[in-house]
Design a binder for this molecule. Sequence first.
Ligand code: PLP
Length: 417
Amino acid sequence: MQPRIPGRNFLFVPGPTNVPDRVQRAMMVAMEDHRSSRFPELSRSLLTDLKKVFKTEEGQIFIFPSSGTGAWEAALTNTLSPGDKVLASRFGQFSHLWIDMAQRLGFDVEVLDVEWGEGVPVERYEQILKADKGHLIKAVLACQNETATGVTSDIAAVRRALNAAKHPALLYVDTVSSLVSIDFRMDEWGVDLAVSGSQKGFMLPAGLSFLGVSQKALKATENAKSKRCYFDLADMIKANATGYFPYTPALPMLYGLRESLNIIEEEGLDNIFFRHHYLAEGVRAAVLEGWKLKLCAKAPKWYSDTVSAVVVPEGINAAHVIDVAFRRYNLALGAGLSKVAGKVFRIGHLGDLNELMLMGAIAGAEMAMLDVGIKVAPGSGVGAASTYWRSHDPIAKKKVSQEQQFYASHSTGSIQG
Ligand code: PLP
């Protein structure tokens, strides 16, 4: 069944996210010679501006024509040798997939299984690192934002754990669903390999991955014996030094990235992080106070500002909610993956978004839930989100105590008809 009436599809999966019109237009380019003398202007500007987004001055950024999974692989194979010991934690589908890749690539992964709904177990990391007197562990993996469960972990705390243990292992962080949406500080937090992708906070289609590499990690590439070819940083370093790529670059994506970085620069990273938090709080108000449902994230310290996984009541299949939302209301919600399949649906709240776009998602999810028999009060999600957003000023970044205050402080004093 097709959606029954026309109008836009409401895309609220946690990636790919909505691509702003400006970015779409910037990608409508004629193909050109990627070996021309002008091409380095583009590539150099991208590599320079990406450093600001990763918050690194020391590190080097790499752009691959792949989805985020490619940068996972590039991070591991360029810095490790077969049999190397890796410490990682699993608390959702994406932390699981990175572990699965590390195992398939022949590394010896010590996996800490954590309840889905919690994040990186920093104390356990610290104990294990302290006990590893011989420094056999070469890599520590952490997923900053587990997209499957809507859980954000404290990466600064992982760095503190490594420091407390005086452990030299490299720190690898997955920022695929957090970069440019939730604060990330590559240099300050001592992150050695930061993996990201284009289709979430960057507001681009899928197709580019980004990898931030510290000087320490670059040094480690010299001794890393893992087989690599397409993702070999050495080839990329050589070509990037002259402003080119070792193979044909995905030109429209690079022009889209240029425009996305312009938009990011105009809004400013701090404003972007604040906006994501403010929008996420409205969604959480809808779920917790309006619908009286639970989030998969077990406690506020784990709440993600980019995606909320909503737990449906026992006896209801969340896939049914998602299907009704899509077929009946033209709304795409994120599916529950693996262990939480059927138990949650996800609302992505990252990228190019504002309150009223999210109101569409909340209203649509609410209607779909009612249609499948979930007894939420009609209008309760929208009401709770509206109360939150109306009582917070996203520009002044403060709570507005009186409901009239926003109008009072923004009114021009005359209403023209
Ligand atoms: N890591 C996280 C946290 C993700 O959310 C995803 C995809 O959603 C990936 C890695 C894999 O990225 P991709 O699908 O771009 O290969």
